[in-house]
Design a protein around this ligand. Sequence first.
Ligand code: BGC
Length: 405
Amino acid sequence: MKHARDGLIFPDGFLWGAATSAHQVEGNNINNDWWEAEQSGKVPFQSGKACNQYELFEHDFDLARGMNHNAHRLSIEWSRIEPQEGVWDERAIEHYRRVLLALRRRGMKSFVTLHHFTNPLWFARSGGWENKRAPEYFERYAKIIAERLGEYIDFYITINEPLLLIAMGYWEGIFPPFKRKSFTRVIRIFNNLVDAHNKAFDGIKRKIFNAQIGCAANLVDFQPRQRFDPFDVMASTLARFFWNKLYIKRIIQRSSFIGVNYYFHHHIDAPRFLNSNSFSGHKKSDRGWGIHPEGLYYVLMQIKKYKKPIYITENGLADSKDSQRSFFIIEHLRHLHQAITDGCDVRGYLYWSLIDNFEWEQGFEPRFGLYKVDYKTLHRIARPSSKLYGHICKDNALTSDILKQ
Ligand code: BGC
């Protein structure tokens, strides 16, 4: 790894970009379980037209290219592609073909997520991820995407944050289908999400032999509250195993890379086990999440042993005033660079998010974007941090000027 006199240089070919997901930016995804929950008031906010990226994608990709991004992550909305079981919507397929072509024309690699929290209504009504046929349904959809759009897809991400999906949808009851606290159900769903990934991997590979396929796992930096307390240490080891490693272990044979979403750091206090301390730290985002850039280093070192290429598929913060975003990006990249120096094969970084968007049960208020969205006019307005990030992407480095900031 190069530590040039004038800063920290990233490996040649490093991918730089930002991430989004369909339901959060496209608007009018009327055929999925989130939309239904929004209309019935089960979640407090409505996504409506969101950022209308369904129509404005060319414009948004220009913004990304303007920041020198050479990669971009988006998701395909399953409910648009397969609005009813086994019925494939040609217009939706054509739409995503145009979207992916627009990235290619701008010289940007595509990371395409197949499932980012939302389910088609027919799938949700057939039992969703509890249905034993769920992995089969998912595989069939993945194969259609590979067959019809594979030509334009550089990286497939099967399922976004499977454990968060379980925690929020089947334990806390905050995301659809709003189920709560049943271990047997959680285990069934966990196994289905493992099978769904593995089957999709095989299905896509049968169509496109050299396809690059991975997941996007939400990894948490679990640390003992007291470094020398054996119970805190043991509890942190357990938490790392169950949250960070178990899913990855089950899919690693069928993964070309590991996608890492990094947001959280927890201090584990054994007597209270998950004494959630994600809100700790002197610096916090607008969502109250503590900012712990060094945690990115630790989670990367935990997965180094799998010897797979790693991409940071999400990392970002809600910061409407843009007062911390530049610092946040620089510090996370500094620790990411250190992980590369220490042998982690990290090949890309995708900031969450390109533009402000619909932050699920929190609505539009949390502002994660490099670009602000004015929801009345849908204008995108550059935040100062977008300039800084654009320089980093262009230089493929944290130059000494930037490190001094
Ligand atoms: C999710 C995104 C979300 C972001 C910020 C991630 O867990 O993949 O959809 O917007 O966190 O909360």
